[in-house]
Write a protein that binds this ligand. Structure first.
Ligand SMILES: [Zn+2]
Ligand SMILES: [Zn+2]
Ligand SMILES: [Zn+2]
Length: 359
């Protein structure tokens, strides 16, 4: 039974448009048991009335929900009048939110997010549609907004949604925000973030490189330091380990060669690897110098990882797509190339299980 039908309907519409173009028909398992994409049928129904193997699996075991797939500036990007974004202005269903993920444990109803993007408000609606918070009889959530927020770094797409926790907005109470030392000090020393700390809207919690944080007895999250521009903070990716499966989330890195770790080995250690796919190729920025914003292009990454066996390549799903990236067109030539080489692209609204097989 749906407790709040009007709200559920609008949330479902949000998820449906977010997942549009990626999800034909009922829940589709895109790589065996590791990945599920929310079905259109599911999205138009009430979450509380769902039955079926995929949703049952998602309910019992922890899972990751993809909240957005775009680079920091979103899609469309502000003031872009070129074809890449003009097409989206005419078709809002193709819009994509800034890259971020949620971790959900249905057993405990706990919810965490990695990165707090400028699209935080809409992403919370998306999360609520998939994993609704417990409500009291007056229609207020009877659990914390979130059990925690993990931050990768201090570029605009990854932390500025924190402002929604302040007194002008939700006026949140002591939301745990996990950050590395420089990131923490950046938030403590600079307004408006400092005010969130002083007013107790957030509670900063330390992260240390390679040191796992236990979210509960079933899930742990480990920060991995990566080379990035690092003007205001260090940059990390996260490995998320559930009771049966694990996911690597690494939306920003300068170049694989500058990382002390081997990306091939990191892919082998997990079941799904969400990797920096900012640019598809090296000629996307028009007149701008690509060296100013170094990332491994999707083509470079595919070349480097081409020696991996097919089962390893199938774990890779590119995310954090710049507005110029042709992979934003799910039916385009670039998407066919990526799939043809055995890789994938993350979809907004996609659910990835962290539990054991058939759990
Ligand atoms: Zn970014
Ligand atoms: Zn554009
Ligand atoms: Zn960045």
């Amino acid at each position: 039974m749906c407790p709040r039908p009007a709200l559920v309907k609008s949330r479902s519409a949000l998820v449906r448009s977010a997942a549009g173009g990626n999800t034909p028909g009922m829940a589709a398992w895109t790589s065996g048991w590791t990945t599920m994409i929310l079905s259109c049928a599911w999205l138009t129904s009430c979450a509380a009335s769902i039955e079926g193997p995929t949703t049952a699996s998602a309910r019992r075991s922890p899972f990751v929900l993809v909240l957005g797939i775009a680079q920091d500036a979103g899609y469309p990007q502000t003031a872009c009048r070129r074809a890449c974004c003009a097409a989206v202005a005419a078709d809002p269903a193709r819009r994509r939110l800034v890259a971020g993920i949620a971790i959900v444990d249905p057993q405990s109803s706990e919810r965490w997010i990695i990165d707090c993007t400028p699209d935080f408000g809409e992403q919370l609606l998306l999360l609520d549609a998939v994993a609704p918070p417990a409500m009291d009889r007056d229609g207020f959530a009877s659990q914390p907004l979130l059990e925690g927020i993990f931050l990768t770094h201090a570029h605009i797409g990854h932390y500025t949604g924190l402002m929604e926790l302040g007194r002008e907005a939700t006026g949140a109470t002591r939301v745990p925000v996990y950050a590395m030392p420089r990131m923490r000090s950046f938030l403590e020393r600079n307004g408006p973030w400092r005010q969130l700390v002083e007013l107790g809207n957030v509670e900063l919690r330390p992260l240390a490189a390679e040191t796992p944080v236990a979210l509960n007895e079933r899930i742990r999250v480990t920060p991995l330091v990566v080379p990035h521009r690092d003007e205001y903070s260090e940059t990390v990716g996260f490995r998320i380990n559930g009771p049966g499966r694990s996911i690597l989330y690494l939306p920003d890195i300068d170049k694989w060669e500058r990382w002390e770790r081997s990306i091939e080995e990191e892919v082998k250690r997990v079941d799904v690897a969400l990797l920096d796919g900012t640019f598809f190729s090296g000629d996307e920025l028009g007149g701008r110098d690509m060296a100013e914003v170094p990332h491994p292009s999707v083509r470079e990454s595919m070349e480097r990882l081409s020696t991996l066996p097919p089962a390893e390549r199938a774990k890779v799903r590119f995310i954090h797509l710049n507005h110029t990236n042709p992979l934003l067109d799910v039916d385009g030539e670039a998407m066919r190339e990526v799939r043809g080489r055995g890789f994938g692209v993350a979809a907004q609204g996609e659910v990835m299980g962290l539990g054991r097989l058939l759990e």
